[in-house]
Design a protein. Structure first.
Length: 143
C-alpha cells in the first residue's frame, strides 16, 4: 500500500503537536512533514533551498496566518503553477471568517476547515480528513 506524504504548514507548536498526534492515530500509512512558515512551505513544494530533496506532498494542510508568507500566498503559488496545481490543499485554520473562506476558495483551495476547539472534536475532524482525502477520493499521482 502507498505511503501518503502530508505537508503540514503550521506555525503554532501546540497545533503542530495536536495535528500530528491526531493524524498518527489513523490507520493509513503516512509521512507527516512540517514547515512553520510560508516561505519554507513554498520552498518545500518547489524543492528549493534546504528542501531540494523533499518528496512532493499528496496533501497539504495549510494554515492561513503564517510568518514570512501568508497561507494565501502559499496557496496562490501552488495553485498557479502547472506542476503543483493538482495537489489538494486544505485550509486548516482557527478562522471562520467569511472573508478568509472566500479568499481561500477563490484561490482554488480544495476545502476550508475551521479547527475545532475541543480536542475530541479536533481528533474526529482529523480522522474525517484522513478517511476522505486518503481513503475515499482518488488523488493525482506525483508526476
Amino acid at each position: 500500500m502507498k505511503t501518503f506524504e502530508i505537508l503540514l504548514v503550521e506555525d503554532n507548536e501546540g497545533d503542530i503537536i495536536l495535528t500530528t498526534e491526531a493524524l498518527e492515530e489513523g490507520s493509513i500509512d503516512k509521512n507527516i512533514n512540517i514547515v512553520m512558515n510560508g516561505k519554507d512551505a513554498i520552498d518545500y513544494v518547489f524543492n528549493d533551498g534546504k528542501y531540494q530533496n523533499a518528496i512532493r506532498p499528496d496533501l497539504i494542510l495549510l494554515d492561513v496566518n503564517l510568518p514570512l508568507k501568508s497561507g494565501y500566498e502559499v496557496l496562490k503559488a501552488i495553485k498557479n503553477n502547472h506542476d503543483t496545481k493538482l495537489i489538494p490543499v486544505i485550509m486548516l485554520t482557527t478562522s471562520s471568517s467569511e472573508n478568509d473562506i472566500n479568499i481561500s476558495y477563490s484561490n482554488h483551495a480544495n476545502c476550508f476547515i475551521t479547527k475545532p476547539v475541543d480536542i475530541k472534536d479536533f481528533y474526529i475532524a482529523m480522522a474525517k480528513i484522513e478517511q476522505f482525502w486518503l481513503n475515499l477520493v482518488l488523488l493525482p499521482s506525483n508526476y
